[in-house]
Design a protein around this ligand. Structure first.
Ligand SMILES: [Zn+2]
Length: 184
């Protein structure tokens, strides 16, 4: 084995570790929240196993499951219910994009990636929220309503990158408020 081969192998191993740590893990009850603040733009990405939102990860088999998907979709589109930000930050919601598998949405022509998921596969849901904030320095904390909306959710691993720095937090039903990196 040449040094070059060893190096290539090492890089692959490091890449695998990085990919695993990058929120790609699918664990029922655990969701991920990524926050990026750049200037006046605040982006939030919420990613969760579908099971944690509706209790199953397959195409709906009856009216109750259809209804559960519909309700989850409506909840995720109701940004004010999902996330609250300090009033002083002057954040106003811009774009909302909800990707929920198996939802037939009459209004939008988007198809969940989950339509490709078949027997035995796991499926994730995503919501992207983009805000414009007049006072981004007042973004000191964020409170999620996700646990109330989705009782199966036990934990949210949250990561922030803001002008003030980087931060990580574990949110739980009893600790739904996230203290963001403090401005220097
Ligand atoms: Zn799953």
């Amino acid at each position: 084995m040449t040094a070059q081969h060893r190096l290539a192998g090492l890089c692959l191993a490091m890449f695998a570790v990085a990919a695993g740590a990058d929120g790609g893990a699918h664990e029922h009850g655990v969701a991920h929240l990524h926050l990026v603040q750049e200037g006046t733009t605040l982006s939030l990405v919420f990613e969760s196993p579908l099971d944690s939102l509706v209790g199953f990860e397959h195409a709906p088999r009856d009216a109750a499951q259809k209804q559960a998907l519909h309700q989850a979709h409506e909840a995720l589109e109701d940004v004010a219910r999902m996330v609250s930000l300090p009033a002083a930050s002057g954040c106003v919601i811009g774009e909302v994009e909800v990707e929920l598998p198996f939802v037939e949405d009459a209004h939008h022509d988007h198809h969940g990636k989950g339509e490709h998921a078949e027997h035995g596969e796991h499926t994730d849901a995503q919501a992207h929220y983009t805000f414009t904030c007049t006072q981004p320095s007042a973004l000191t904390q964020l409170t999620v309503g996700l646990f109330k909306a989705f009782p199966r959710l036990e934990r949210i691993d949250a990561e922030a990158a803001t002008a003030a720095g980087q931060g990580k937090a574990v949110l739980r039903p009893a600790q739904a408020t996230w203290t963001l990196p403090a401005p220097r």
